[in-house]
Design a protein around this ligand. Sequence first.
Ligand SMILES: Cc1ncc(COP(=O)(O)O)c(C=O)c1O
Length: 386
Amino acid sequence: MAPKIAARMENVQPFHVMELLARAAALQAGGKSIIHLEIGEPDFPTARPIVQAGVKALHAGLTHYTPATGLTILREAVARFYQDHHGCNIPPERIVITTGASGALQLICGVLINFGDRVLMADPGYPCNPNLVRLFGGEPMLVQVGADTYYQLNSKLIREHWGEGSKGVWLATPSNPTGTLIPESELRAMIEDCRARDAFLIVDEIYQGLVYGHKAITAAALADDIFVVNSFSKYFGMTGWRLGWLVAPEGFVREIEKLAQNIFLAPPTPAQHAALAALEPATLEIHESRREAFRQRRDFILPALRELGFDIPIQPDGAFYIYANSGRFGQDSVAFAARLLNDHGIAITPGIDFGNYKAEKHVRFAYTNSLQNLEQGVKRLRRALD
Ligand SMILES: Cc1ncc(COP(=O)(O)O)c(C=O)c1O
């Protein structure tokens, strides 16, 4: 037998940060102290009420499949969350519970992308997005974005880059890796742009709860003909539970359901019962206190990095990332990150994980670590850069 790997796999890129993580783990196993500033998930454990609800579900034998679109009570609870926190009325039938935002994005790609379809997205951006588009036969159109547009697409960029075969636009606000937000006026304008072109619009709001100094908005409140993705991973601190959701236009829910039945059968059942507790007011207080902790960390590390010589032209107001120009310290951010790790015990992510545009001059800092460790990290950086 000589099985062959499918040709499509040539287009699927690995996460470079995983290699860095493996190297950091090896160094740590050898006794070296590492300050982790590369990890894209909250350092806090899942809040207790969520864990207790998950354990209770397991003990109660709630371990069977649910409907492919998720538990009705959870869809209703997410709808209430939109009503209570964003004042928008979304029928629970338009909410589909998924296996993380990742599952939601796969389902959306599956129902939208035809062979050769082009999808506009920002470079730098979340690295899985172009891989997913390719996996479903489409072609990602990476649009170079800089600080002048908050590292986000806008109406003007859509106009300039729209062309033959363009079928949709993919946004993420707040963004990974830049932590920047799309202003509401721009979001509204891009919704109109997509309507005018009969294009689809995907808005990834996985970091939506983690916004500092602004009111968190949702695109779901602005339009009902777009695809909005969210997750229990980040704000709700449930990365390993693998649970998220999407809000779909009414006419697409049945198709998404069919695909979910085939790909996932159902999102994880104990996680869905646990997530019901994540949306309870008392648990939301815990999430809010963690959001405040992230804000404090951002407020510590942002000026510290600037003072060390990293160029960060605009303040990131969301997620837990800072995308910094490291050009002053060299033109090869992979080598720079490797040096910081090997010689100084600081793990960060090089820009190449997030695209091509000026990637060799950028690195991403994740402040998913305690203030104390961030202080230690800054001390080490100062020593390294001196
Ligand atoms: C922008 C963005 N979208 C989607 C995901 C996937 O998240 P999950 O599948 O854990 O919900 C991530 C994870 O880091 C992300 O940063």
